[in-house]
Every structure is written in structure tokens, then in C-alpha cells.
Design a protein around this ligand. Structure first.
Ligand code: PMP
Length: 432
């Protein structure tokens, strides 16, 4: 049918699941670092699909693993095991510190956090969950209870016992000392809030090492270690959600490695399936044993499914063979250098930040007052799209106009530079 018919049918039959309208583009095909619209236009994909397509679109190893699995071993009864599942659990454990050895394979990010929070509750006997006010952990009830923005409002108390603390943000610090971000003071302040609000039933602190949807806010080096210490002192677990940062994107296999900290529970999703629904909850023998003893149950329809597990194995294999942690580091430096150069020339850029191939550009109307640039951000992304680059603004309630750049790890230097070039033109166009 025609494009008009397509949009008419979409409007008639689709639930509007986001607050903003659907993208006006009709995408017919995707390959490598590009998506192609119905006019055949090639658009560079700097969102890696929905932050998941770590290896670009239709990577041959993924295509191969899906074709193989769907033809030979597709889906099984929940507690029936197959080789891809056990192989993936072992492969993940090999990439992680020895204490993270027990793996639960699920489908989505929200679901993995739901499962992790339930684990923390059973294992500690508490139920209170602490999170940053700019965290994003999903739209399911427990995960949205720890997401202080889009996914909570209007649903009443999505989970009792949730405690929210301010996000440490070096660009917009709450406390400073000698003109520098005093994150230690902020952490103490956060835990004073926790201790005041807690009824003595703390279960977990859940955090992203780089708060992506909340504004690409990298936790300061040293923060995670101090956070882990605060959690341990209170008998609560540290859950790290590496949906976006996990599996090489930040230049390390896992973002927590930079800080030499091991979480009690790690969740992986998005990047683990590189575009297909696959998530994992990973914890220690001790926590797993305690949960099992107390009746842990998370046997979903797609738990331990062979097909997504085969995809996860292919992802780990490609990342390992290609040393993509190094690649992300090198390309991330190139991207950040390019963005810093843009900052020198474009007044609207207040801050460039991020790690590896997860970078954010905060737009302001005035560098001194740091006044958020408001609609300027959408003018930039619209101009980018017209010029052949898809990137998004992470619009979080109460946060500012922040462009997020997260191209696939398989992007070439030329494609990366082309994206920067388009952004340069778009910033100029939007300022006029
Ligand atoms: N955690 C983080 C850090 C995320 O970015 C997201 C998705 N934006 C989720 C969890 C939720 O994942 P899903 O949409 O697969 O449920």
C-alpha cells in the first residue's frame, strides 16, 4: 500500500505507547550502521535501534544464529534446558568477576530488573529499594517504581518502599567544594535521606553506572565503590543495571570494571541480544542459594529459551573475537574529540560527556547560566534526520536538552565522521 495508507492504518490500530508522536519515518530496511526509509534514503543510526543494536543491523553472525536456531531448536518448556542456555551462562561468567557466576536468562530489561529486585527482597528479607531521581529501569511495576519520571505518573503507588535520592551530576552539581563537584558530600546527603526514610527494611540500591535516559550522566570515578560500601554497611544489595552500558559499549566489557567494584546483582538486557529480546540477571552463588531456599520463582514463558540464548552466544563471540572493548574505546575517543571540537564552534553546546560509544551533548541557551536550550534540541535532531542522521534527545522530566549519541560498535571511522559532520551542519541550521 501507499505511505498514506500505512499511516492511516497505523493511526487506526496502534496504541500510542510513548508520549511523543511516532517518528514520521517509515523504515523499510536496515543494514550495518544505516536504516533506509521508504524513499530509499540512508539514515545513519546513532541510536543503535533502541540502544540495543550493538553490532549494527543484521550482522552476519546474528543472522546465522537466528536462522540456525529457528530451524533446529526454537522454544522449550520453561524448565527444560538446552546447550545454548548453559553455554551462554558459562560464557557470561567467563567475562565477569568470579563472584558473578549464577545466571538467569530472560527477555527484556524491565523484566530483568523485576527479577533482580525480587532476588534482593528474598535474599535480604527487606523490601525498600533506593534509586537515583534520573534513573531509568523499565516500565514494569517494580522497575518503574525505581524510574522517577516517565513510567510512574498516573499509576498510584507502583511499589511501596521506594526511596529516591538526587543524581550526582558533575555539570549540575548539588554540592561543590573549591569549585569542584563534591560527589562525596552528595553521597553522604543521599544516604542521610535513605536513613531518614527507611523503616529498617532496605533491600537494594539499583543504579545504572552511566545514567543514559536520565541524561548520559557518568557516575564519577570512585562513586560506585563508595556506594557499594554504603550499601554493605546497611545490609542492602547493590544492583547494577547495565542494559545500555554492558558488553563493551563504554570501552570496558562492563562499565563497573572501571571502578574495580563488583555488584551483588548485575542485569544485562538491550546489548546482550544486540537487537533481539534477551536479558540476564547475574548474581553470586550465595545470593542464588538463599533465594532458592526461600522459594524464588521466575519461570517466565521465555526463560532459558534456546533461540535468544544462541543469539547472546553469537554476540559474546563476536565481541570477544573482535576485541570490541578496544574498538569502543578508540571510536569513543574519536567521537568525544569530534564533539569537543563542535563545542568550540557552537555556543549552544554546554557540555560533552560520556564513556566510549555512549556520549551526551547537553544543549544550553547560555553557557554561564546553563539555561536548558528547550526546543533547540528537537530542531537539531530534526535537522539531523533531514540530513541523514538519527539521534535522539533524552528528554527526562526535569532534565534538560541532551543529545545522545550511541552508534553501533561496528561503525566505521568514515561513518562516525560523517555523523559528526551532519551534526555540525544541523547545529548551524538550528541556530538560524
Ligand atoms: N534499564 C535501562 C538502563 C534502560 O535503558 C532500559 C530501556 N531504556 C531498561 C532498563 C528497560 O528495558 P526494556 O525496555 O527492555 O524493558
Amino acid at each position: 500500500g501507499s505511505a498514506d495508507e500505512f499511516w492511516a492504518t497505523a493511526r487506526r490500530h496502534l496504541v500510542r505507547y510513548a508520549r511523543s508522536d511516532f517518528s514520521p519515518a517509515l523504515i523499510e530496511r536496515a543494514a550495518g550502521s544505516y536504516v533506509f526509509d521508504s524513499d530509499g534514503r540512508a539514515i545513519l543510526d546513532f541510536t543503535s535501534g533502541q540502544m540495543s543494536g550493538l553490532l549494527g543491523h543484521s550482522h552476519p553472525a546474528i543472522v546465522e544464529s537466528v536462522s540456525q536456531s529457528i530451524a533446529t531448536l526454537d522454544h522449550l518448556f520453561s524448565w527444560m534446558l538446552s546447550r545454548p542456555v548453559v553455554d551462554l551462562a558459562a560464557a557470561l561468567a567467563r567475562t565477569l568477576p568470579p563472584s558473578l557466576s549464577k545466571v538467569l536468562l530472560l527477555s527484556t530489561g524491565g523484566e530483568s530488573n523485576e527479577a533482580a529486585i525480587k532476588m534482593a527482597k528474598l535474599s535480604t528479607g527487606g523490601y525498600e529499594v533506593v534509586a537515583f531521581d534520573q534513573s531509568y529501569h523499565g516500565v514494569t511495576h517494580a522497575s518503574s517504581a525505581a524510574t522517577y519520571g516517565v513510567s510512574r505518573a498516573g499509576y498510584g503507588p507502583v511499589a511501596p518502599g521506594n526511596i529516591v535520592v538526587p543524581t550526582p551530576n558533575a555539570y549540575r552539581p548539588l554540592f561543590t567544594r573549591d569549585g569542584r563537584h563534591d560527589w562525596q558530600a552528595e553521597l553522604d546527603h543521599a544516604f542521610a535521606m535513605v536513613d531518614r526514610q527507611s523503616t529498617g527494611s532496605l533491600a537494594a540500591f539499583i543504579a545504572e553506572p552511566v545514567l543514559s535516559t536520565g541524561g548520559v550522566i557518568d557516575l564519577p570515578p570512585g562513586y560506585l565503590a563508595a556506594l557499594k560500601q554504603k550499601c554493605a554497611e546497611r545490609g542492602m544489595l547493590l544492583i547494577l543495571d547495565e542494559a545500555q552500558t554492558g558488553l563493551c559499549r563504554t570501552g570496558d566489557w562492563y562499565a563497573f570494571q572501571r571502578d574495580g567494584v563488583t555488584p551483588d546483582i548485575l542485569t544485562l538486557s538491550k546489548t546482550l541480544g544486540a537487537g533481539l529480546p534477551l536479558s540476564a540477571v547475574i548474581t553470586s552463588e550465595e545470593i542464588e542459594a538463599r533465594c532458592h531456599e526461600r522459594g524464588y520463582y521466575f519461570a517466565t514463558t521465555h526463560v532459558s529459551d534456546p533461540l535468544p540464548a544462541a543469539v547472546g552466544l553469537a554476540v559474546i563471540d563476536v565481541l570477544t573475537q573482535g576485541a570490541y572493548d578496544q574498538t569502543a574505546r578508540r571510536l569513543g575517543d574519536r567521537l568525544q574529540r569530534g564533539l569537543s571540537e563542535l563545542k568550540d564552534r557552537h555556543e549552544h553546546i554546554g557540555d560533552v560527556r560520556g564513556r566510549g560509544l555512549l556520549q551526551g551533548v547537553e544543549l544550553v541557551t547560555d553557557r554561564d547560566t546553563k539555561e536548558p536550550a528547550g526546543d533547540f534540541g528537537s530542531a537539531v535532531t530534526d535537522a539531523c534526520f533531514r540530513l541523514g542522521l538519527h539521534l535522539n534527545i533524552v528528554q527526562f522530566p526535569g532534565s534538560s536538552s541532551i543529545l545522545r549519541l550511541a552508534p553501533p560498535l561496528t561503525i566505521t571511522d568514515t561513518e562516525l565522521d560523517r555523523g559528526l559532520d551532519i551534526l555540525d551542519q544541523a547545529l548551524t541550521a538550528a541556530a538560524q
